[in-house]
Design a protein around this ligand. Sequence first.
Ligand SMILES: Nc1ncnc2c1ncn2[C@@H]1O[C@H](COP(=O)(O)OP(=O)(O)OP(=O)(O)O)[C@@H](O)[C@H]1O
Length: 497
Amino acid sequence: MEGVAPLDWKLDNAIHLTVDEKPAVVWFTDHEFKVSALGLHGDAPDTVKLCTSLKHVLHGELRADGSAHIATLALKQKQHVVLWITGKPQDGEKELVQAWMGRLMTAAGCIVPGRRIKVIVNPFGGQGKGKHIFEHRARPVFEAAKCFLDVTFTTHSGHAEEVAASLDVSAYDAIAIVSGDGVAYEVFNGLAKHKDALRALRLPVAHVPAGSGNAFTVSLIGPKDCRDVALAVLNAVKGRVVPLDIASITQGNERRVTFLSQTMGLMADLDLGTENLRWMGDQRFIVGFVQGVLRMKHCPVKVWLKVAESDKQKIADVFRAHYTFNTDKSHADGTANGTANGNASALEEEPAEGEGMPPLKWRDSDNDGWVEFPEKIIYLYGGMMPYVARDFMQFPAAEMNDGCLDLVLQTPAPRTTMLSSQDGAHSGKQFWMPSQHYFKVHAYRAIPLAQKGNISIDGERWPFLPFQVEVHKGLGRTLSMLGRWAGEGGCLTQEEK
Ligand SMILES: Nc1ncnc2c1ncn2[C@@H]1O[C@H](COP(=O)(O)OP(=O)(O)OP(=O)(O)O)[C@@H](O)[C@H]1O
């Protein structure tokens, strides 16, 4: 049968290569990269041998020996892996192929080769698979994209924090953490301790999932893709630099950084009180939640807030406006080398050498403009990214850089209501539950009223003592191909009152 050129085939975006001794057409459209057998007549492609998203292309080059090489991600047994397409241009077409490679790299948003990445791997993360995950699933993607890697395998708890605290920040373009959320917490704290903390925190931090909890990756690339290591590396390689809100947490004389979440009450009990169920992975949170709801224990705490917004409808409206803007922008400007999120100005001023963490705006004795939450609560949950686990979007209105922390205060509700709220928890629909109070805050203070209980900060156990959290707008950086957190925001999908 005669080969028929598909409608989206354009001569400009196609080259002819001999691949595996067979003539092939290698071509791309606005969204796809394809390799086809050559049609029977003319130059047009015929049977498609490979079709993948254009954004999966990592690199293309014509080497000195005249061979053409293109690296792309392609699906193999439900995971993406690096696939190399290697071929010979037809006689007299080297220049054409060379020019085409440039157009492919630009259209696919490939990075300029040579990006310098400090990689920190917890070899024991993710039930001991961290090293294997890095060597076999992450490293090939970084290398295909022509990144220079400087790899440290952690040897002890706290090692990642030491590495980040003493990093030569001018020697790298980004940090990639291959671990769970615990090592990411250490890295942000290490950067905050750095002698040039403000500069150090400007190094974008990317996450590659190799832990039992990988909320950072889930929030960056979404629950569907979050177990696909190659896609997380793709995000690290091609993502644009986005300013990231982080917060200071103070307790007594201790000051640390929190980038993920803080919780007390039911949710802290299920995080810290279900360690024995770790083998279940994310499922342990569901089991713990059911147990906690059946107990329905009050959390003994007084909460004070520096509120930015408390009206859920207004929170959802602002989120929608930013979501639409960032979504449109990520389509229009999906390149790896630009800045992101309409916040480029935040990236421009270079901090002076020796500048440490900014001073805190609020002391724990300040009460001006603070309000006390008047009701009893079951749990407190504060966070700055939407997902706290793969199946649980606790903060559907979280934004990367709105200068606010999202604070949920859950008041008592019938057990059936609490349990059925979990049906939509994967997309944050519990946001609209009347008993779930959702605030955008600049800061908050929690004062425990009992001797014993659980406080979990980014998954780490803290003493059950008063603490205060204050947000620093855009003080950190991450890498994101979306230019916003993943997930569609349960606050947009259901506007019941
Ligand atoms: N080489 C090491 N030996 C012992 N502990 C380590 C080592 N490297 C890191 N750690 C500690 O392990 C803790 C957890 O690691 P990590 O964040 O990689 O994943 P995880 O425990 O599998 O999952 P998660 O913390 O996401 O639930 C970190 O808090 C860190 O202090």
